[in-house]
Design a protein around this ligand. Structure first.
Ligand SMILES: [Cu+2]
Length: 159
């Protein structure tokens, strides 16, 4: 191999190494891994819900303390509680993310509540959303809009 072709070959090798990779399904924020964020189709002015799985791969606990999106007037953190035979939603100040654990935001459980939608959420669209964590800081995700009655992969039970 001539010096020139060797250099050219090395150049190709380096180019391959730094080529952009396909965008990962999972979003990282510090030691947090956020997977499969989604929401349901909903009308303007209505209320939407946000779901995802958040895995804390670190040694320290973290907390989801807030979320915001231009798509809604306000985003609340909600859980479900049982009152007699009825499941009701209740705002919580934070969602705990214990070290080494995965927490699922899913129908019938913890979720984000998108209150006062600025525009309809249409199936197939993506809704940009900012998550604010106590330790890991902020993370940008996109909620994939599924059908209005979608239950997600985890099943779960209704309100
Ligand atoms: Cu709710």
């Amino acid at each position: 191999m001539t010096p020139f072709s060797r250099r050219a070959a090395l150049g190709l090798l380096l180019a391959g190494a730094i080529a952009p990779r396909a965008r990962a399904q999972e979003i990282s924020a510090g030691s947090l891994r956020i997977a499969a964020p989604w929401t349901r189709a909903a009308g303007a002015g209505a209320t939407g819900a946000g779901f995802m799985a958040i895995r804390n791969t670190g040694a320290e606990p973290d907390r989801l303390v807030a979320a915001r999106t231009t798509a809604a007037r306000v985003v609340e953190l909600h859980t479900h509680i049982r009152e007699g035979d009825v499941m009701r939603m209740r705002p919580v100040a934070a969602i705990e993310l214990p070290a080494g654990r995965e927490v699922r935001l899913q129908p019938g459980g913890l979720h984000l509540m998108l209150i006062g939608l600025a525009a309809p959420l249409r199936q197939g669209e993506r809704v940009p959303l900012t998550l604010v964590f106590e330790r890991a800081g902020e993370a940008q995700v996109e909620l994939a809009v599924q059908a209005a009655g979608a239950r997600g992969h985890g099943g779960g039970h209704g309100h």
